[in-house]
Design a binder for this molecule. Structure first.
Ligand SMILES: Nc1ncnc2c1ncn2[C@@H]1O[C@H](COP(=O)(O)OP(=O)(O)OP(=O)(O)O)[C@@H](O)[C@H]1O
Ligand code: SF4
Ligand SMILES: [Mg+2]
Length: 371
């Protein structure tokens, strides 16, 4: 694999093991296998969603590709350049193009800085918009759908959704090419979630941004992602374009995750696959396939051999036996419960407007079952 790929971002066999110490200055006793051999590519204008249970390594992957964390091994290519080989000075210059948006914008915004200071600080740091910082800050506010007269306010004077818009404006200030969005809407009410997701999509179209979008909510993922990577205990177990993944999930873990999405229509129900047991400890992950302790299809080979991520027709899966595993039961007529939250989320996407350019009232397709 070389840096000549057409992809904007290419992660190659990324590994991150966190050392565990007896106490703060004690000897190392173990390692947390947070990320173990993750590879993927992302093109300009695309959004790759990273999904999986808490602790599976999503945020660690996000930090590794931005080089906010140093990898134990592996490579990250950005625009054909090996990020791991950059000197601190070169990395600082590149950093401009690699930004991150966090779940809780309040904790990432300095409470003692006005919005104007928050937005102009990165401009000064990177020598951008010289002599027109105030103007640029006003432009950024407009881009994210906030009135420029709010520039002199402090973060606590805004709602959660407005603060997330400020976080996005700050990331945009330096004209990035890639943004890692780490659960950017998880803490927001569903109607606000739709506005922020729509805003991110508008900005992506306008500026040709690439997103790594980390999320728990598969309804949101289905709306924003072009590709989806499903993670389990530090591994990508399935990777495909969104349509293929939602229509025909191949890995038993993905099938279980998707079966947990409630169907918002009365009278329709699909079979829910309940996983047995807890997620294993990442300090001592199971041998072979890491999912085998919870997999209903596990057999001897699964404990002996790590399944490789194999692609067929652009859809990759890491399971020895996926061809033999029947797809999950389809939708069956019966009296299933309606999920209130999901109905609201769907409604919000249908009517959501970003104030940052999307025409109000534009219809968004978010059909959770029939892709
Ligand atoms: N600095 C660290 N030191 C030690 N272990 C860490 C560190 N950061 C993360 N981990 C561990 O690495 C694993 C992956 O963590 P990570 O935060 O990437 O998961 P995640 O998928 O983002 O989870 P969540 O959905 O809860 O945010 C977890 O077991 C976590 O406890
Ligand atoms: S490799 Fe074995 S344990 Fe792993 S998902 Fe496939 S069948 Fe299950
Ligand atoms: Mg996380």
């Amino acid at each position: 694999m070389s840096g000549k790929s057409t992809a904007l971002l290419r992660a190659e066999n990324l590994v991150k093991h966190f050392p565990v110490h007896q106490h703060m200055f004690g000897r190392q006793t173990a390692v947390v296998h947070a990320v173990d051999g993750v590879s993927f590519e992302l093109r300009t204008g695309d959004t790759m969603a990273l999904v999986g249970e808490s602790g599976c390594g999503k945020s660690t992957v996000g930090r590794l590709v931005l080089r906010l964390l140093d990898a134990t091994s592996g490579k990250v290519w950005f625009g054909g350049e090996d990020l791991m080989s950059l000197s601190p000075g070169q990395l600082r210059a590149r950093r401009r193009e690699l930004q991150m948006i966090f779940q809780d914008p309040y904790s990432s915004l300095n409470p003692r800085m006005t919005v104007e200071q928050t937005l102009t600080e990165p401009l000064a740091l990177h020598g951008l918009a010289r002599g027109r910082h105030r103007e640029r800050a006003a432009e950024l506010m407009d881009l994210v759908g906030l009135a420029p007269q709010y520039l002199q306010r402090y973060p606590h004077e805004f709602s959660g959704g407005q603060r997330q818009r400020i976080g996005i404006a700050r990331a945009l200030a330096v004209e990035p090419r890639l943004i890692v969005c780490d659960e950017p809407v998880s803490a927001l009410d569903v109607s606000i979630q739709a506005q922020i997701v729509n805003l991110l999509q508008d900005l992506q179209r306008r500026f040709g941004l690439a997103y790594v979008f980390i999320a728990h909510d598969l309804a949101v993922v289905k709306h924003i992602a072009s590709h989806v990577a499903v993670m389990y205990l530090g591994h990508i177990v399935e990777y495909a374009d969104k349509r293929s993944l939602f229509a025909s999930p191949r890995h038993p873990y993905t099938q279980a995750l998707l079966s947990a999405i409630p169907i918002p229509e009365p009278g329709l129900r699909h079979e829910r696959i309940l996983l047995q047991g807890d997620v294993p400890n990442p300090i001592t992950p199971p041998s072979g396939c890491r999912f085998r302790t919870r997999c209903p299809y596990a057999r001897e080979r699964c404990g002996e051999e790590v399944p490789a991520l194999r692609a067929t027709a652009g859809h990759s899966v890491a399971c020895h036996f996926w061809e033999e595993i029947a797809p999950p039961a389809g939708v069956a007529a019966s009296g299933g419960a309606v999920n209130e939250r999901l109905v609201r989320l769907q409604g919000a996407f249908r009517t959501g407007s970003s104030r940052g350019g999307t025409p109000a009232g534009k219809e968004f397709e978010i059909d959770l079952i029939n892709v």
